[in-house]
Design a protein around this ligand. Structure first.
Ligand SMILES: *[C@@H]1O[C@H](CO)[C@@H](O)[C@H](O)[C@H]1NC(C)=O
Length: 207
């Protein structure tokens, strides 16, 4: 009787090993799925910007227009397509995380957001348009509130001749000199997550 019990216990132990591995695999798959779900959460982008010295910060919304990326700001409204995007792997040998946004509804178009390598301006376009330019890696800040490009959360809003603010990103830091005497503001792009779901709740990390 005791022997039989031991026998069945031994069987139980052996039998449980594949189960344990199965659970670990399931957790791993779940983590991957969570990470992917986090990348796929759609968001709008907002920017707090003071339109001039001694003027209070006002919130603008990032919009896409004619291949460029603008700030629709109370001080200078721009009517474009409101950025509505998410992260997506850019097909290429580097396997970078890209960022896409809807750019029109009719016909529906999904565009890559990229930086023109010559001018530093943020642009949007088809994959063909991105060739040779900076397509990523895009990411989010540690607190997940802001967009990060090439490990930097800092972007520039630059006042165009018509007064509209357009967005730039340049790691070389020479851009500001190049853009002078235009007005240049250092900005952060805030992710306004949609669906009322915080990415923190989707992620594996508790905060
Ligand atoms: C993206 O950012 C997060 C948070 O800052 C970091 O943990 C992660 O390693 C980054 N991913 C890449 C591919 O750089």
């Amino acid at each position: 009787m005791a022997l039989a019990a031991l026998g069945s216990l031994g069987l139980l132990v052996i039998g449980s090993i594949p189960t344990v591995i199965g659970v670990a695999e399931a957790i791993d798959a779940q983590k991957k799925q969570n990470a992917q779900a986090k990348e796929r959460i759609k968001f709008h982008l907002t920017v707090k910007l003071s339109p001039g010295p001694d003027l209070p910060l006002q919130e603008g919304t990032v919009v896409l227009k004619d291949g460029k990326v603008y700030l629709d700001h109370p001080a200078h409204p721009v009517s474009g397509y409101k950025f509505n995007g998410f992260y997506f792997g850019y097909p290429g040998p580097e396997n970078h995380q890209g960022m896409v946004s809807m750019a029109s509804d009719d016909p529906p178009a999904l565009h890559w957001i990229y930086v023109d390598k010559d001018t530093g301006e943020l642009r949007h376009g088809s994959r063909g348009a991105t060739a040779g330019h900076v397509i990523g890696p895009w990411n989010w800040s540690e607190d997940e509130e802001f967009v990060v490009l090439e490990n930097s959360p800092y972007f520039f809003a630059v006042e165009e001749d018509d007064g509209a603010w357009s967005l730039y990103h340049d790691q070389s830091k020479k851009l500001v000199e190049k853009l002078a005497p235009r007005k240049v503001a250092v900005i952060l792009l805030h992710r306004e997550l949609q669906l009322g779901v915080s990415s923190r709740m989707v992620g594996g990390k508790e905060k």
